[in-house]
Ligand binder design. Sequence first.
Ligand code: PEP
Ligand code: MN
Length: 338
Amino acid sequence: MIIVMERGATKEQIQHVFDRIRELGYDVHPIYGVERTVIGAIGDERGKSRLQVLESVPGVEKVVPILKPFKLVGRELRQQRSVVQIRHIGVGSDQLAIMAGPCSVENREQILTTAKIVKEAGAQFLRGGAFKPRTSPYDFQGLEIEGLKLLAEAREQTGLLVVTEVMNPRDILSVAKYADLIQIGARNMQNFSLLKEVGQANKPILLKRGIMAKVQELLMAAEYLAAQGHHNVILCERGIRTFEDATRNTLDLSAVPLLRELTHLPVIVDPSHGCGIRSLVPPLAKAAVAAGADGLLIEVHPNPEEALSDGQQSLFPDQFSALMKDVRKYAELEGRYI
Ligand code: PEP
Ligand code: MN
């Protein structure tokens, strides 16, 4: 339920409402607006009518139900867009967040070279997997802790922020030690144990849409994070599996404006995994910006032919630089910048 306080409700009145909500067995999620405070009362849906009694409490204007199943991440409770602040970059602000780098961290030279290239072209984040979710157990699985250390070294040299994936709850604290943004990959979007534990890290989270996940399931996964008080969440559209097998996945660009209507969380797009074909990445990246994405996640490799994973969809350095020039123009049309 949403408890809308009157304009000018006093601190004491607001505190009293908090106390009453808790007495009734609900969690309190306040949003302090410029004009008024609204309070989300979240908990067992079956007894929600009990909250209706708050309508007669001084300072309360009205009590309204949240109709959607995603309560905290939805726009019913919070109309204003959220900006996830990661050091000096606000994801969801007018500045587009550009995250670029190889699929996997392979060695020192590869990651440091890539970091310099993507930084030069305008990226603010370096991406690279140290723990890789590979379809085959015989494929390269990532450098693990060594990979995390190399990412941190690249950050020191370039000032780029680091985004990297965690797959196993036991690695959360190690990943959090080196990453600025923790990625939950598509294969783990509904790994609810991981979602429940990743909040411990107290780091922003990039939540990628599952391979077979509906938009609502993505939002419910984000709701798991928010329900534990973890609000620094960025969503990522990365393509879904459909009957079409001409591309690796079908990039669902309609999800971008749809998510912007349904949630206040920032939404970025990964066209690389979205199509799996290098030549399609630049047009899809531009389309994503035109569709309202708050940023892009793009695979770039200094030598894609020798990449240990996802070489076929990784851009060559000069392709990435050219794309960034184009993206700046698209961003401007959207009233945004890099
Ligand atoms: C990745 O970003 O390298 C990755 C494995 O992505 P996804 O989880 O979307 O497949
Ligand atoms: Mn990849």
